[in-house]
Design a protein around this ligand. Structure first.
Ligand code: SF4
Length: 328
């Protein structure tokens, strides 16, 4: 594996020839790309928006704050620090809710796999047992029973409210940090409560204090890690195997015209992983051959591509990913 780091020449957007070739093709076809659209936006970029000192949240706006020339507050009375922090918190909420959605899909897939209702199977049984031990689940049960119990526990963890204790936070968070989080009032509940609490705080005139908003963002972040991300990563390891380093081809020019190329684009692995398993069977490869192709290639794109490439070896069916390029 080469460790050389290539420098991008000045007159190019990428050091990949295939990306440059694709951009010429896009331009010649009269289409836009992220690069051409970005250049157009750059010419009219709004300084207020860049500073976070504008708000379009309610019908009393849009409001802008200029501390030198005035006004110093939005129509609702919010100041510049809180306006900027509220904008940031709303971006945090989008990220947290997206992870919660991913986790929800992971946990229900694990549960149904434990019941034998999916195309997947439990691959990393040691990790399943370890997660059960960490969360207090009986490990004398069968593998599938453990998977079902763990999935139900992880799903409940997303719904933990401030009057309850999170098993995942208690099991995985460092002891010293938990004490500090309690003192700062940022010890997290389940992600569903924290998303709800945070977005409700962003409404006009609910929370105009930047410190309070910042603490909600911190609590939301902790909740995302402990009640969504750790569980979903462990679940994907349990289902597809724990990632190991391996070589893979990554580029734009990965479509092979002799094959049926199916590209999976998105943030979650489920459909791509299920299709990959089907595509590896003789039945589906023969279907492609009957139509005149040499076979089927599964191609990963964006995060789905990354999810697939870290857990599946490159072979004659899953051979490539375009990384994040196609998303742009
Ligand atoms: S929430 Fe406040 S700052 Fe934002 S648009 Fe409404 S009045 Fe203006």
């Amino acid at each position: 594996m080469s460790e050389a780091v290539l420098e991008k020449p000045k007159d190019r957007v990428s050091y990949h020839d295939s990306v440059e070739e694709m951009l010429v093709r896009i331009r010649d076809d009269g289409l836009s790309s992220v690069f051409s659209r970005f250049d157009e936006q750059e010419k009219i970029r709004c300084k207020f928006c860049l500073q976070g000192l504008s708000c379009q949240l309610c019908t009393n706006g849009p409001c802008r704050i200029n501390e030198q020339k005035g006004p110093e507050k939005g129509a609702c009375g919010i100041g510049p620090d809180a306006m900027a922090m509220r904008n940031l918190l709303m971006r945090n909420i989008m990220g947290a809710a997206t992870y919660a959605h991913h986790a929800y899909e992971a946990f229900r897939t694990l549960k149904e796999t434990g019941k034998g209702n999916t195309t997947f199977q439990i691959t990393d049984t040691e990790k399943l047992k370890w997660m059960c031990e960490k969360t207090g689940i009986d490990t004398s049960q069968s593998i599938n029973e453990m998977a079902t119990c763990l999935a139900e526990l992880l799903d409940r963890e997303m719904k933990v409210n401030p009057d309850q204790h999170s098993i995942m936070v208690e099991a995985f968070a460092p002891k010293k940090r938990k004490k500090i989080w309690h003192e700062l009032n940022i010890y997290p509940s389940g992600i569903e409560h924290e998303v709800q609490n945070s977005i409700a705080s962003c409404l006009t005139n609910v929370d105009g204090d930047y410190v309070s908003l910042a603490k909600k963002a911190l609590r939301l972040g902790l909740s995302t890690i402990y009640t969504a991300q750790i569980g979903l990563e462990m679940t994907q390891d349990i289902l597809f195997g724990t990632p190991k380093p391996h070589e893979v081809d990554v580029d734009m020019g990965i479509m092979d015209p002799d094959y049926v190329n199916i590209a999976f684009n998105g943030h979650q692995p489920w459909i791509g992983a299920a299709a990959l398993m089907k595509a590896k069977t003789k039945e589906f490869q023969d279907l492609a051959k009957q139509c005149g192709a040499k076979g089927i290639h599964i191609v990963g794109s964006i995060e789905t591509g990354q999810e697939l490439l870290q857990r599946f070896e490159m072979d004659e069916v899953f051979c490539r990913t375009d990384g994040k390029l196609a998303g742009n």
